[in-house]
Each structure stands twice: as structure tokens, then as C-alpha cells.
Ligand binder design. Structure first.
Ligand code: ATP
Ligand code: MG
Length: 261
């Protein structure tokens, strides 16, 4: 009796464990399918919005052209000349702004084809420091570069990596309007190459830190908020990432990481 009892109990337990495993596998599959569907929807949305931005640009060009033609036809002798000229100027300014918004969006969200070649990061940074030196001097920012002894070579699109680092340097300079110090360093961190842009600006509050990479997040009046989003996208397209550490009152360290070859 007790043998039969044990047999049934054992079979019951096996069934129960089997059913639970099946249930969890089913749930996991469901989650994976949902994630794949979401990724697909997101990719589709990206293509759609990119197409939409392109589509808007064509009629916008026609509007801009016609505004120019109206302006040319409008002679100072016209009774409502100054009123109409003022209104046309407003329309021209706003259409230009729309165009810039679309161009920024397409640069950020559009396709990014990488032209990968071996790139030596110390030289790339030296070029950028030379380029930014005059602006740093104007702002009384001491700009320094710390290179590695040997070369650090990654397989990357040089133009895009330059843009990514430049965005970080511009942010650093903008964060130090009353002077300070900026250090650019190249190093190896495990299987990654690192370019750090370190500033002695005001730092970033912890509650803001999670938002700064979001597209269109900005605290600057003239900012588009696409600089860091673009830098992160460039890093990710290369299989890399961007890390940030910041301390209020001390400054920030943005680290662009790219996989080493
Ligand atoms: N080095 C930094 N020090 C302090 N705050 C920073 C720094 N870098 C970025 N930030 C903050 O992150 C926000 C987003 O930066 P991001 O580069 O994406 O946009 P932006 O500089 O405001 O505009 P854009 O780059 O499009 O001109 C900035 O508005 C600023 O608040
Ligand atoms: Mg910026």
C-alpha cells in the first residue's frame, strides 16, 4: 500500500514539476515574442517617421520658393509693403526652422551607414583638440589631452566617431561658460577603447542623469537635445556605449567606449 502510495506521489510530483516548467517556458516564449513584436513595431515606426520627415521636406521647399517669389514681386511702392514684407519674413523664418528640425531629425533617426576603417584614436583626439583649442581659449577653458604610449586602433567610421566626441566636447565647453578645465584621455579598458571627455563644469544632478541621452532633452535655450542621443547612437552602431559619471559642483566625465579589434 505504502509502495503504491509513494509511486503515485512521485508521479504526481513529476507531473507538477513538468507542468510548472512548461508553464514558465510558455511565459518566456510569450515575453520573447512580445519583445520581438515591439522591436519590429519600433523599426517600422522609425522607417515611417523617417519617410514622413522626407515627405514634409518637399512641399516645404515649394512653400519656401513661393515665399521668395512673392517677396521679389513685392515692390516698395506697394501700399501695404512693410506689413506684407514683415509677414513674409515671419513665414520664411518659420519654414527655415521647420526645415532645420526635419534635418536634425533625419540626421539622428535616419539610416547610419558605417564606413569602417582602422582608426587610431590618439590621432583622432589630437585633431579634435587642435580644432577646439581656439574656442576653448575664448572661453578661458584649459584644454589638455592625455594620450596612451602606444597606438589604440579601432575599426570605425572616423567621421562619425569624430562627431560623437565633438558633441561631448561642445557640451563640456557649454557647461563652462566662465572657464575651467577640459581633459581628453584615450585609454584601454578591458576589451574596449575609451575616449573620456572630462570637464570641471557644474556637473549633472542625479535626477537629470537618466534623461540626458533622451532625444530632444535639453536644458539649453538654443539646444536641440539631440547631441548626446546622437553620440550614443553612433557608439551603439559601432557596438559600443557611452558611460557618464558626474558630481555636482565638481564636473562630469563622459566616456565613449568602442570595441577593440
Ligand atoms: N558636460 C556636461 N555638463 C553638464 N551638463 C551636461 C553636459 N553634457 C550634457 N549636459 C546636459 O545634458 C543635456 C542634453 O545634452 P545634449 O548634448 O543632448 O543636448 P544640448 O547640448 O542641450 O543640445 P544640442 O547638443 O542639440 O545642441 C544638456 O542640455 C545639459 O543639460
Ligand atoms: Mg549638446
Amino acid at each position: 500500500m505504502s509502495f503504491l502510495h509513494g509511486l503515485f506521489a512521485g508521479a504526481g510530483l513529476t507531473l507538477l514539476v513538468g507542468a510548472a516548467a512548461g508553464y514558465f517556458a510558455y511565459r518566456r516564449l510569450g515575453r520573447l515574442t512580445e519583445r520581438a513584436r515591439q522591436a519590429e513595431r519600433l523599426a517600422e515606426l522609425g522607417t515611417l517617421t523617417g519617410g514622413l520627415a522626407h515627405e514634409i521636406k518637399n512641399p516645404l521647399s515649394t512653400i519656401q520658393l513661393n515665399l521668395q517669389l512673392i517677396q521679389e514681386d513685392l515692390t516698395p511702392g506697394h501700399p501695404a509693403y512693410s506689413r506684407l514684407a514683415g509677414r513674409i519674413a515671419v513665414c520664411e523664418k518659420e519654414t527655415s526652422r521647420l526645415r532645420e528640425i526635419l534635418d536634425d531629425f533625419l540626421r539622428y533617426a535616419g539610416r547610419m551607414e558605417l564606413d569602417r576603417k582602422p582608426v587610431e584614436l590618439n590621432r583622432l583626439c589630437e585633431d579634435l583638440v587642435d580644432f577646439m583649442l581656439p574656442q576653448a581659449q575664448v572661453q578661458k577653458v584649459k584644454l589638455r589631452f592625455k594620450r596612451t604610449e602606444d597606438d589604440v586602433i579601432v575599426s570605425a567610421d572616423e567621421r562619425l566617431v569624430k562627431q560623437a566626441v565633438l558633441n561631448l566636447m561642445i557640451n563640456g565647453l557649454q557647461a563652462m561658460p566662465n572657464g575651467g578645465e577640459m581633459i581628453l584621455t584615450v585609454s584601454r579598458k578591458g576589451n574596449e577603447a575609451a575616449i573620456d571627455v572630462i570637464d570641471t563644469g557644474p556637473g549633472i544632478p542625479p535626477e537629470t542623469l537618466s534623461k540626458i541621452f533622451d532625444a530632444y532633452y535639453t536644458t539649453r535655450k538654443a539646444g536641440t537635445g539631440l547631441g548626446l542621443a546622437m553620440t550614443r547612437r553612433i557608439a551603439q552602431e559601432h557596438g559600443g556605449r557611452v558611460l557618464v559619471t558626474s558630481e555636482q559642483g565638481k564636473g562630469s566625465d563622459f566616456s565613449l567606449r568602442l570595441p577593440l579589434r
